[in-house]
Design a protein around this ligand. Sequence first.
Ligand SMILES: [Zn+2]
Length: 269
Amino acid sequence: MSSVVNPLARIRHLLNALPIDLPGIARELGINIWKSKSLPENVAGKLTRDPKKAGPSGFAIFVRADDTFVRQRFTIAHEIGHFLLHAHLLAEGEEIVDKGEPRKELYRSNLSDSKEQRANSVAAEILMPWNLLRPLINERKAKLEVLFEVSRTMLDIRLDSHVGRRLKRGVPPNPALEAEFKALVEKWRNETEHLSSVKRMIEHPAYERIIRIGSKVLPMLFRELNERPDHWLVALNAITHEDPAPEGSTFREAVGAWLAWGRDRGYLN
Ligand SMILES: [Zn+2]
């Protein structure tokens, strides 16, 4: 199993109350935030390794002082995303400068577009975490904008994602896959119950087949984990490339963290 490092692991405990406390997150990460009057109009913000302006991490975020409050929040979350994902790319004195049309939040920088997309998705995870959005998923958008302190554009992108749509509409039934999954689980359980090696259990062909089915199998896998907790965490990890279990957690705690993760993303009722 390849280990998965979630960039948000360090600040997960700060993503539990609305509105998200961005200055608190920056403090936790040792980043100074500066509101700048001198950034050009086409620059929304930047992440910089400037020893004079930086916090204990060595990094500072500059955000355009004249932008609207919600755009500044998005910019700060986006720069935090760059810090968590891309800090290692910057030598001292270097910076990531995010340019964008005034009022729009999709930035371009000196990094590739795919790195920009990753920073945007971390920004969305920070500002609108699913654990906080799920219980409010059917509220009016005007109310959500106020609660989460985000623009309508960012809210729409979040709600229109796979997870957002699944939370609203649920998972459509798939009887053929359900039957295949059930048979694979039964075969796996029967043929591995005498094994003491977890490694050999998860190398069983039925287990590997479940992983190869991919994300379509997640609703079934989460239901199975909920009803009969077993060695499914490796499969979940392999399929989602996530690891919500806190470091050093027991099996029970890890299962609890995974079930909460699955519930927050609409895989489990
Ligand atoms: Zn960027």
